[in-house]
Design a protein around this ligand. Structure first.
Ligand SMILES: Nc1ncnc2c1ncn2[C@@H]1O[C@H](COP(=O)(O)OP(=O)(O)OP(=O)(O)O)[C@@H](O)[C@H]1O
Length: 255
């Protein structure tokens, strides 16, 4: 059984059909790309998968469970973490606190435990700290633990955002254009980082990306959409030479 099974997914915004009968089956442990021209519906598919929108039609089944009706934090609880096209960090909290805070949804203590500083509270907080420091070490961020993200270069902010997503120990990591806004050295770092995370944590990754270099170096399979519908799928080599894909990106006159 696939880890993520999306069938007949359709999303309408008023008269606009942003996603149209979209299907995908993502196997556990794979690293899969989702590409397509601007406005093709990629982020909408991620927003549906992570519970930000409820689909007009269709089903999203994650780890055997239909996610319809679940709120984003419940979907996070099932093991889906994501990053955003425009980095979303708490810029006035330290890097360490950004990573700590995302784990609180599963802290296992209530407000009275926190108020009375019970053993349950102290142990849960210790666990959160230890995961956060382990991740900072693993992702070469320890030196920046006490910095505010807004004071870091963009490439490091992206790294912090990925570390924060990883702090919930997801089964599936959704990366929405992780290379957006990065310079070429940072793109190389990102390729290394995502490849390393995939291997080290044996995690399933689904990635939207415009930079072909990133997609082609990392993904074993790619799905291409245009106007909300799948137009091609296959290996990077197959996709690169598919005339339908070239036409979608460049228009008829360039073929
Ligand atoms: N909340 C919304 N309300 C209305 N229309 C929306 C909404 N979200 C997305 N759309 C529209 O749906 C279409 C698909 O948008 P989406 O952001 O999913 O595309 P995308 O493939 O991620 O594009 P890009 O590569 O530029 O990020 C676009 O026409 C967009 O304007």
């Amino acid at each position: 059984m696939a880890l993520l099974e999306i069938s007949n997914l359709t999303q309408k915004f008023g008269g606009l059909q942003a996603v149209s009968d979209f299907n995908v089956s993502i196997e556990e442990g794979s690293l899969v790309g989702l590409i397509g021209p601007n406005g093709a519906g990629k982020t909408t598919i991620f927003n549906l998968t992570s519970g930000f929108y409820q689909p007009t039609e269709g089903h999203i089944v994650f780890n055997g469970r239909d996610t319809r009706g679940l709120r984003p934090h419940q979907i996070t609880g099932l093991g889906i973490a994501r990053t955003f096209q425009n980095i979303r960090l708490w810029h006035d909290m330290s890097v360490l606190d950004n990573i700590r805070v995302s784990q609180h949804y599963r802290m296992g203590y209530n407000v009275w435990d926190a108020f009375l500083r019970t053993r349950r509270y102290v142990e849960a907080e210790r666990g959160i700290d230890s995961i956060a420091w382990d991740l900072l070490d693993a992702m070469d961020l320890r030196d920046y633990a006490n910095e505010l993200p807004k004071n870091l270069p963009y490439g490091l902010q992206r790294r912090v955002e990925i570390a924060r997503a990883m702090s919930i120990r997801p089964k599936l990591l959704l990366l929405d254009e992780p290379a957006a806004g990065l310079n070429s050295a940072d793109v190389e770092d990102l390729i290394r980082l995502v490849g390393w995370i995939h291997r080290e944590f044996n995690i399933t990754i689904w990635m939207i990306e415009h930079q072909m270099k990133v997609v082609m170096s990392l993904c074993s399979e790619i799905k291409v959409i245009d106007f909300g519908a799948t137009i091609a799928e296959g290996t990077p080599d197959h996709i690169q030479s598919d005339p339908t894909v070239i036409k979608a990106y460049l228009g008829d006159e360039n073929i």
